[in-house]
Structures are given as C-alpha cells and as structure tokens.
Design a binder for this molecule. Structure first.
Ligand code: DIG
Ligand code: MN
Ligand code: MN
Length: 393
C-alpha cells in the first residue's frame, strides 16, 4: 500500500519539468577530481527521464554535437536524438550555446578583445540557434560564463557592454531573418569561472534588455544559485522579472550563500525561499518550463543520479501542495488581511499626478503617531509558515 507521499508527488509532463542534458549527464568531475561515474548518453538521458515524469530536456550545442563533428556526423547525432525524443514523448524546451569550455573563449566570447573570437562566437551561436530551432526549442539561453575579467585593465567595462549588445542585436536579427519562433533569455551570474562576470545579476540584465534593438524578443533566465552567490533574494529577483513580463525561462537548483556555484538539487537547502518561489510561479500563471540546472553530488553512483532527478521534481510538487495549504489556511489568511490596510481613495490619489492632487496630498491630516500604532503580526505569520512547511499545520 503506497503512502500519500508516494502517491501524490508523481510528476507528469503536464508539470513541465525539464532537465539540462548536462545535469543528469554530470560525470562527478570537478576542478579537484576526476569523474566518479560514467555519464549517460543524451539518448539514455531521454529514455531514463521520460518514465520519471519529465516533460523534456535542454541542450548546449556541444552536449549533443561534438565541437569538431562533420556535418554528416552532426546530422546523424541529431536524427538519433530526435528519434529518442519522439519515442519517449519528450521535448527540447530550451537550447543554448557552449561559449565557455573551449580555450578560444578564455578571455570571453562576445566581449573578447579579439575580433576573431567575437566573430567565431557569433558563428557558433548562429549554428546553435539553428540546432535549437531544428529540435523545436522556443527559448534560447545566453549564459556568459567567460564574459568577464580577472584584470580590469584588460578592457573598458563599457566596451564589454557594447560588444555584448551588438552580438545580441545581431542574433535577434538572425532569428527574425530565419523566421524562427524563438525568444532569448539572458542568464546572470556574479562570478565563476571568471573572477568577475559582466551582468552579474538578473537585475543588471533587466536594465540591459531595455537598451536592445528588439527588447520584446529578450527576457531573463534567473538561476537560484547565481542570485544566492550574489547574496540576493531569489524570490524578489523573479518577482521583478515577472512583473516586467521578462521571465522567459528559469534555472531551478539550490545554493548556500557565500559558496562557489553549487548547483544543488532543488529545495535541498533553502526550503522557505523555494516555497515562496513556487508560490510566485504558480500564482503568477508562469507557463514556462520548470527547468532544473543542477547536478547530483560527486559522491553519487549512477543510480543516485536518478534519485537526484526524482528529488528535484518531488520537492517542487510537495512545495506546490504547501502553496495550496497556505492559500486555504484561515489563520494565515487572517493575519495577512490584518497586516494590510487598503484605502482605494488614497491609493487612487497617489497613482496619477496632477498639481491639484499634489496640493491635496500635502494638506491631508495624516497623524504619523496614530498611524504607527497599527502594527502587523509578522512574527506570528512567519511562525505559521514555518509550521506549515514543517508539516504541523
Ligand atoms: C550555468 O548555470 C548555465 C549553463 O549551464 C547554461 O548555459 C545555462 C542554461 O540554463 N545555465
Ligand atoms: Mn549555476
Ligand atoms: Mn544555469
């Protein structure tokens, strides 16, 4: 007899969970150690993720096609992969380019001081976009893993921004020319593998997007670990992106503050903040992929890889049920109501400036001593959330 937990948290493709090939394909190698397991091939990944309830995968160009593959080899690999996707009812929801592994990108790709590197990065990305379109991806992510410096004497930070903008503008025109149904999502990270990375946070990209020729084609792909590395509140970053209509994709994982990019299993560290994130995604009606960009512990053997994948999806589904419990919890909802004072008349005043309104607001008899006497009960509210997440409510 399966318990409630076994029965109710089984993902289906309707939940739109996707995994990067590089996540369950992670070999356990790290800067201090060699691989600890034989990674599954892309076709094996599709075959193993489908029965776990995943909706699809995402790919870097070279996760699938070796960088020096001939056209014939490339076409064969793509055909075999497409057959596996069809056979297992899986999709490629996002594609991206690896502009960080090969030594040619050691000093950046689009922001490199070398014009030939910048040209090669454009060429490689156009081919990556072609591949993504062929695989049916509607989102194309740009993570500038090498777009940064260790020595800021090396380039004027304004040149880096300008070069990146020129590249994104050019590639937006390429997608339009090719008539691909594709949008771009920019992924921020504050540092690693470079000493400092340009566009370190989701907020930096939200500002940058407005300077592009086709801002409507470009959004953001916030990652939990990357905003945490910058010491930021991920729920706030995603809230601002959603409010701006720019949450085109999301990288779910987890991360201790003040550490290197851990890319931990979703919800394995920051349960409360991931609860607020799931609440935001579900209540906002975000209909994009719930994409995991994480990897199993180096200590895991092959079977542990699939424990990791199951855990990412189960935790999301458990938190989603906690969201429903939060919404139905009468005591929580009462404390929330008490913490809010609405005044439609006053609010309307502050929304649209006129000189008359300004004069009226200036003359309003607002007694700050009286106003300050009214206090919200956030200690009570937070304790209720903690008890909800601990399963005692
Ligand atoms: C790392 O967080 C980056 C790369 O794995 C990839 O380019 C991107 C896709 O989500 N995330
Ligand atoms: Mn990461
Ligand atoms: Mn990522």
């Amino acid at each position: 007899m399966s318990t409630k937990s076994q029965r109710d948290y089984v993902p289906t493709s309707a939940d739109r969970f996707t995994f990067g090939l590089w996540t369950v394909g992670n070999s356990g190698a790290d800067p201090f150690g060699t691989r600890t397991r034989v990674p599954p091939t892309p076709v094996e990944i599709v075959r193993r993720l489908a029965p776990l309830g995943a909706y699809g995968v995402s790919v870097h160009d070279n996760d699938l096609v070796p960088i020096d593959a001939t056209v014939a080899e490339r076409d064969r690999v793509v055909r075999e992969f497409q057959t596996a996707l069809r056979d297992h009812g899986m999709v490629v929801a996002m594609a991206t380019t690896n502009l960080f592994t090969d030594p040619v990108f050691a000093d950046g790709a689009f922001t490199s001081n070398d014009a030939q590197v910048r040209a090669y990065a454009l060429q490689k990305t156009m081919r990556g976009i072609d591949l993504g379109a062929e695989l049916g991806a509607k989102i194309f992510v740009f993570w500038g893993g090498r777009e940064g410096t260790e020595c800021d004497a090396s380039k004027d930070a304004r040149d880096a921004v300008r070069r990146f903008r020129e590249a994104v503008n050019f590639l937006c025109e390429y997608v339009r020319h090719q008539r691909y149904e594709m949008r771009f999502a920019l992924e921020a990270k504050p540092n690693e593998p470079r000493g400092d990375l340009y566009f370190p946070t989701t907020g930096a990209y939200l500002g940058f997007i407005q300077t592009l020729d086709h801002p409507e084609m470009v959004g953001v792909n916030p990652e939990v670990a990357h905003e945490h590395m910058a010491g930021l509140n991920f729920y706030h970053a995603v809230g601002q992106a959603l409010e701006a209509g720019k949450l085109f994709h999301i990288d779910l994982n987890d991360q201790l503050f003040g550490r290197y990019d851990q890319d931990l299993r979703f919800g394995s560290v920051s349960l409360k903040s991931m609860f607020y994130l799931v609440k935001l995604l579900e209540e906002s009606g975000y209909d994009g992929p719930r994409h995991f960009d994480a990897h199993p512990y180096r200590s895991e053997a092959e079977e542990g890889v699939w424990d990791f994948a199951r855990g990412c999806m189960r935790t999301y589904l458990i938190l989603r049920e906690k969201v429903r419990a939060f919404q139905a919890d009468t005591e929580i909802q009462m404390v929330l109501r008490e913490a809010t004072r609405d005044d439609p008349g006053l609010e309307a005043l502050g929304r649209r400036f006129t000189p008359e309104v300004a004069e009226r607001l200036k003359r309003l008899p607002l007694d700050r001593i009286e106003i300050a006497k009214r206090r919200p009960h956030y200690e009570r509210l937070d304790q209720l959330v903690v008890e909800l997440l601990l399963g005692v409510r």
